[in-house]
Write a protein that binds this ligand. Structure first.
Ligand SMILES: Cc1cc2nc3c(=O)[nH]c(=O)nc-3n(C[C@H](O)[C@H](O)[C@H](O)COP(=O)(O)OP(=O)(O)OC[C@H]3O[C@@H](n4cnc5c(N)ncnc54)[C@H](O)[C@@H]3O)c2cc1C
Length: 389
């Protein structure tokens, strides 16, 4: 299996520390050795490779930029580089790691009780326990503020009723963080697998994110103790803060998918000959597409690096992350489409990774805030005028 050479047109590696390059190399080697050899079949079979979960844990990928409970305590740039390599393998692998770290471990660490942290975080770091994040509902995607799922207090218990959908890791999860409306605003609850009235079912027929488990959750008079509520999470800003963490990882991750598409197409166009035995890469129209891709990948790398440095300084804002996610997903998707084009008929076959990345990136464009919603976040930031309604 050929090793990934990396994509570095503008000496961006010189901006990384030795430690950051070492972390990237570890993730790169893991993806080359353990993910790439199986990922095509996983996509065909719509199978998430559970066998990799304990390795994610052992390598420190789960909750990688968190501190304590066995977490690796990586800087945000190191974490971003891990996300980049994982998504070079497949967006489904990065999604698993994003959900576990940014959407489940992060809120337990930030908003959980000591008992909740002690019960879950070490096990989640090692991959012995898996979590999912239930925010989206059938009627409320871009606008989670409208959620219908309700939690009603009953003595020292809560009773939850409602439905969540499009939930990554839902049927794999030992515990779901379910966001629900209460008399006191939106709160988060830890609902454990097997709790009576709580069911998770896989969504089938996906043509995107086939290497990821996506589910519906139903809560029908689910009774949980008062201690299942995340005490520090009050209001929609709590789940939105988790989404900011995950979106940051996406902004880095998709660079990996874009690099894989670009590099595959670059190598292919140099080898592929048409018209007088000339490589198709010798044509201006082909070079224009390669030039566009490498320029946009380079700009995406710089944006991600700046976001990582600013996040490490504690100065990042949700509107910065919106720009990162919106731009990098859009250019990654365009790189996939252009690469597909440059490879002609071979662009559609799963012997090459292009079409798989392209299909996955359609989801990445939609989840964690659609491109439109991030456009509106940026628009509000520069005008002061919210235009969501
Ligand atoms: C594979 C997959 C995994 C997912 N994993 C999770 C998960 O783990 N947990 C979770 O909670 N959710 C998850 N989601 C759900 C995801 O976050 C939602 O799909 C997303 O928020 C969009 O919601 P929607 O699909 O209901 O689309 P809608 O909100 O119905 O949007 C449809 C279209 O309308 C546009 N639109 C909506 N409002 C506006 C507006 N005001 N202005 C302009 N355009 C607008 C959108 O941009 C989009 O183009 C996942 C989704 C997928 C596909």
């Amino acid at each position: 299996m050929a090793r990934f050479p990396g994509v570095d047109y503008f000496l961006i590696d010189s901006q990384f520390s030795e430690q950051e390059l070492l972390v990237r190399q570890t993730a790169r080697q893991f993806v080359d050795d353990r993910a790439i050899p199986i990922v095509r079949d996983c996509f065909r079979e719509a199978r998430f490779p559970r066998e990799l979960i304990s390795e994610f844990g052992r390598l420190g990928f789960l909750g990688a930029n968190l501190e304590g409970y066995g977490c690796a305590g990586m800087s945000n740039v190191e974490y971003g580089l891990v996300m980049q390599e994982l998504e070079r393998g497949d967006s489904g692998l990065r999604s698993f790691v994003s959900v576990q770290g940014a959407l489940v471990m992060y809120p337990i660490l930030c908003y959980g009780s000591q008992e909740q942290k002690d019960r879950w975080l070490s096990k989640m770091q090692s991959g012995q326990a898996i979590g999912c994040f239930g925010l989206t509902e059938p009627g409320f995607g871009s606008n989670p503020a409208g959620m219908k799922t309700r939690a009603r207090q009953d003595g020292n218990h809560w009773i939850l009723n409602g439905e969540k959908t499009w939930i990554t890791n839902g049927t794999l999860a030992d515990v779901a963080i379910v966001w629900a409306r209460t008399d006191d605003g939106i709160r988060g609850f830890l609902v454990e697998k097997g709790t009576p009235g709580f069911t998770a079912t896989d969504i089938h027929g996906k043509l995107s994110m086939r290497v990821s488990v996506t589910c519906s959750l139903v809560l029908s008079d689910v009774r949980v103790p008062a201690s299942a509520m995340l005490p520090g999470a009050n209001g929609l800003k709590a789940p939105l803060s988790c989404l900011s963490q995950a979106r940051f990882g996406i902004g880095w991750g998709v660079i990996g998918a874009a690099m894989d598409c670009y590099e595959t197409a670059r190598q292919y166009t140099i080898l592929r000959k048409q018209f007088d035995e000339k490589p198709i890469a010798s044509h201006q129209l082909v070079q224009e597409k390669l030039a566009w891709m490498i320029t946009e990948i380079t700009k995406a790398q710089l944006l991600a690096l700046q976001a990582g440095r600013v996040k490490d300084e504690g100065k990042i804002e949700p509107a910065h992350i919106s720009m990162l996610k919106r731009n990098n997903v859009a250019i990654a998707l365009e790189c996939a489409r252009l690469s597909r084009d440059l490879m002609g008929a071979n662009g559609i076959i799963d012997e090459y990774p292009i079409m798989r990345h392209m299909c996955n990136l359609e989801t990445v464009k939609t989840y964690e805030g659609t491109e439109h919603i991030h456009t509106l976040v940026i628009g509000e930031r520069v005008t002061g005028i919210p235009a969501y309604k």
